[in-house]
Design a protein around this ligand. Structure first.
Ligand code: ZN
Length: 86
């Protein structure tokens, strides 16, 4: 297994993306267990990811209001012409 392929998959895993075909999480972990270079690479990628993540989500960031399925329906009903209630 090529380290470059493993790293591509590791990067995808970090981003929450699907692993490349033919690669599984177990395979990645197996490779990491036996490849110090990739372990280091993974650690660095994680650190970078964490740093970027905290930069993108500043403290005090307010989560979007929880809109249930009802709110989208109400919006659609408002946008749709005709059929007035009453
Ligand atoms: Zn490797």
């Amino acid at each position: 297994m090529l380290c470059s392929r493993i790293r591509t998959a590791l990067s995808a895993r970090l981003d929450g993306e699907a692993l490349p075909p033919g690669l599984t999480a177990r395979r990645l972990d197996d490779h990491l267990a036996g490849c110090q270079d990739c372990r280091r690479w993974d650690a660095r990628a994680r650190a970078l990811d964490a740093a970027l993540g905290s930069a993108c989500a500043p403290e005090g960031d307010v989560p979007p209001p929880a809109g249930g399925p009802g709110s989208a329906e109400a919006l659609l009903a408002r946008l749709r012409p005709g059929r007035r209630a009453g």
